[in-house]
Structure formats: C-alpha cells, structure tokens
Write a protein of this length. Structure first.
Length: 124
C-alpha cells in the first residue's frame, strides 16, 4: 500500500467552457467576427457566442440587421432606441420607436485567438 501524494489535496479541476458559460442551447449560436472592435474586446476572427433569449439592455453588444446585413453594434436605449457603431467614429443609427428592434441576439461571450494559432476545425 502506497502513501497518498501530499499534493493530492491541491489538484485543480480542468476548465470546461461548457460549465463556465450560461447559454440557452435552443437560442444560442456562434459566429466569427469579420471586423475588429478592440474597445469591446472583439478581434478580427473572434468567436462570438450570441444568445437570442437574453434581454438586451442599454449598452449591450448585439447582432443587428441594418440594410439587410448583419452587423455588430452597441444598443442604446436612452434617451431613445439607437444602434452605435463600435469603430472609431461610433456613428449612431436611430431606431423608430414604432418598429421592433432589428436584433438577432445579444453577444454574451467573446473568444479570441490572441496567439494567432487558430481554432480547431474553424473555417474561414
């Protein structure tokens, strides 16, 4: 019979991302960012976990449809609904209060490849 390792009480559990994030499997999807928004923590090629079931609030980063194209914007609700670009100019597009918000979901998590080695099985 052997002795127990003195370090056995200090072993760490392996990090499992599925246990760290809270996303609805029925309303979540992952997209790759084609643009870079460093102020929002989004690099070109970052994977964005988007959840359609999250309630967007003032300041949320969202996927919105503008001119029949999907884009990443910051949602502004005060003083009136608008979408703000995340780039340097940060232009604002007003949203009519009579129309539904053109949102496809809230960006809940960003996973970036800061080392430049790429993601497994990722396609461009």
């Amino acid at each position: 019979m052997g002795f127990q390792s003195p370090a056995s009480n200090y072993t760490e559990q392996r990090v499992d991302f599925t246990n760290l994030v809270r996303l609805s499997p029925q309303s979540s999807y992952v997209i790759r960012s084609g643009s870079e928004y460093p102020s929002a923590g989004i690099l070109k090629g970052s994977l964005l976990a988007v959840d359609k079931s999250l309630e967007p609030v003032h300041g949320s980063i969202v996927i919105a449809e503008i001119n029949d194209e999907f884009t990443i914007r910051r949602l502004l609700l005060v003083p009136s609904p608008a979408l703000q670009e995340l780039d340097g100019e940060q232009r604002i597009t007003s949203i009519s209060q009579q129309d539904d918000l053109p949102l496809w979901g809230v960006v809940a998590y960003v996973l970036s490849d800061v080392a430049g080695i790429g993601f497994n099985h990722a396609t461009d």
